[in-house]
Write a protein that binds this ligand. Structure first.
Ligand code: BES
Ligand code: MN
Ligand code: ZN
Length: 503
């Protein structure tokens, strides 16, 4: 879909459809009022008849009204003439898009950008609208014989009330489009089946991205041979049961004018399938463990978006590709592994594999002398129990970094919730035979997993995101969500001082 921002005059505008808000208690927005006046009261007459009362998200499609060159007018309920919450505004956008998308409308001029939202400006309204509509447009029909029909709706223009706001609106458009493209590429990668999306597939995607942006991104693929040479025995152990080689794909993005500026490092868990290994998972819903690479997919999506935006930052993104399978050569409960850091780990459950992959990557990234490191992982079922799908878990010993991430996540409407990492959780990792065990018992499973990782991140500022509950949906709506791509891009925008969002 083509998007644009411009200053329009409602009653003079030609379009397949014009979208205007009406308030409950029969109030008209400015654009609706202008159309009502030019049509000699046609709108207020329809409203008086009671076909629409203005409650939030209600829609009524009108065919050509008197003296207006528009082919149709969509009335959208905006609630009490009051400032809306974020969620209510999103509802307006969703219902207008859905009402239009089922018709023959090709191009839209929307005046919903004039509706007031609490603490949000035109930048946010445009950006969020693009994000939401691209979300609604998303389908994954790659493996369906019947492809979805091409949408008729192909152009959506937003009204910008005054020339002064045009810069902010254009920026919102730019950011919205890149965020949406980052989210889409994360979803596409995550939705791929595990017989196709294996570690080699992740690395081919990384290579392609680096080719597309060869002036900004370098790629490096570390395979099993190199891992063995440098001593990443923990990562290697997890992949040993699989026929598919473990591959760590590294994307080095250099957008900072100072190419030596310390990078922000993003590490994504990329278990392209997690059977649990010898500690095999039960059969029910095991297919969903193709989503155990959603951390890596989100890193991929973020890297694509920042390259598109040419953000003036240095960022290293790592897709930690691996497959956890049972087999004759698989690692076992009881094995003791020597990690890249030199610390030893007793494996008590081969299904707690994510941390074993990540700990070696978190040591590996020391060589980048990072500004800070964020790992993103579908790490624990316990996080799904604690937070459901509404929040991603955030764990960090660094209060300032945690607060910055929380702020970015709230601004971006892609929320994080901080969980504790106190010493007591770390003590649960005690092992009789090695420096630590890879599990800490059922209690506080998300926190013990984070504490495990925390033992490998002492040399830099670090935060961990557990996205086990937020990265994908189960059941009828099964599919990747693309989270937390939006929040991470917002965090990077804030760090490069190019954000249009008010903190
Ligand atoms: N990939 C899973 C975590 C997971 C579970 C993600 C459910 C999404 C939905 C992870 O590798 C795992 O199996 N974790 C175990 C750890 C346990 C053995 C300590 C878990 O959460 O059960
Ligand atoms: Mn597992
Ligand atoms: Zn896993």
């Amino acid at each position: 879909m083509d998007y644009a921002v411009k200053n329009f005059i409602a009653q003079k505008q030609k379009a397949g459809c014009i979208v205007v808000g009406i308030y409950s208690a029969k109030g008209l927005s400015d654009a609706a009022l202008a159309l009502d006046t030019v049509s000699e009261g046609e709108l207020s007459q329809i409203i008086r008849k009671g076909d629409i009362d203005g409650s939030i998200g209600q829609t009524l499609m009108l065919q050509s009204i008197k003296n207006s060159p528009a082919e149709r007018v969509l009335l959208v309920g905006c609630g009490k003439k009051d400032r809306l919450t974020d969620k209510q505004y999103v509802e307006l956008i969703q219902s207008s898009y859905n009402a239009i998308n089922t018709t023959g409308v090709k191009d839209v001029v929307s005046f919903l950008t004039d509706i007031e939202v609490i603490d949000r400006d035109i930048y946010w309204k445009v950006r969020r609208s693009v994000e939401i509509m691209q979300e609604l447009k998303y389908t994954f029909a790659h493996f369906k014989s019947e492809k979805p029909k091409a949408a008729k709706l192909s152009k959506w223009q937003f009204n910008v009330a005054d020339k002064k706001s045009l810069d902010a609106a254009s920026k919102g458009l730019l950011h919205g489009k890149s965020i949406a493209s980052g989210v889409k590429s994360a979803k596409d990668l995550a939705n791929m089946p595990p017989n196709i999306c294996n570690p080699a597939y992740l690395s081919s995607q990384a290579r392609q991205l680096a080719d597309e942006y060869s002036d900004l991104i370098n790629v490096k693929i570390v395979g099993e041979e190199e891992m063995a040479t440098i001593g990443m025995h923990s990562y290697l152990a997890v992949g040993r049961g699989s026929r598919n080689e473990s591959l760590m794909s590294i994307l080095e993005y250099k957008g900072n004018p100072n190419s030596n500026a310390k990078p922000i490092v993003l590490v994504g868990k990329g278990l392209t399938f997690d059977t649990g290994g010898i500690s095999l998972k039960p059969a029910a819903e095991m297919d969903e463990m193709k989503y155990d690479m959603c951390g890596a997919a989100s890193v991929y999506g973020v890297m694509r978006a920042i390259a598109e935006l040419k953000l003036p930052l240095n960022v290293v993104g790592i897709l930690a590709g691996c497959e956890n399978m049972p087999g004759g050569d698989a690692y076992r409960p009881g094995d003791i592994l020597t990690t890249l850091s030199g610390q030893t780990v007793e494996v008590l459950n081969t299904d707690a594999e994510g941390r074993l992959v990540l700990c070696d990557v978190l040591t590996y990234v020391e060589r980048y002398n990072p500004e800070l490191v964020i790992d993103i992982a579908t790490l624990t079922g316990a996080c799904v129990i604690a937070l459901g799908s509404h929040f991603s878990g955030l764990l960090s010993p660094d209060d300032k970094l945690a607060q910055e991430l929380l702020n970015a996540s709230a601004l971006a409407s892609d929320r994080f919730w901080r969980l504790p990492m106190d010493d007591g959780y770390d003590k649960q990792l005690q092992s009789n035979f090695a420096d630590m065990a890879n599990i800490g018992g059922r209690a506080g499973g998300t926190s013990t997993a984070a504490c495990f990782l925390g033992r490998f991140t002492k040399k830099y500022r670090w935060a961990h995101l557990d996205i086990a509950g937020s990265a994908y949906q189960s059941g009828k709506a099964k599919g990747a969500t693309g989270r937390p791509v939006t929040a991470l891009i917002e965090f990077l925008l804030q760090n490069s001082n190019t954000s249009g969002l008010k903190a």
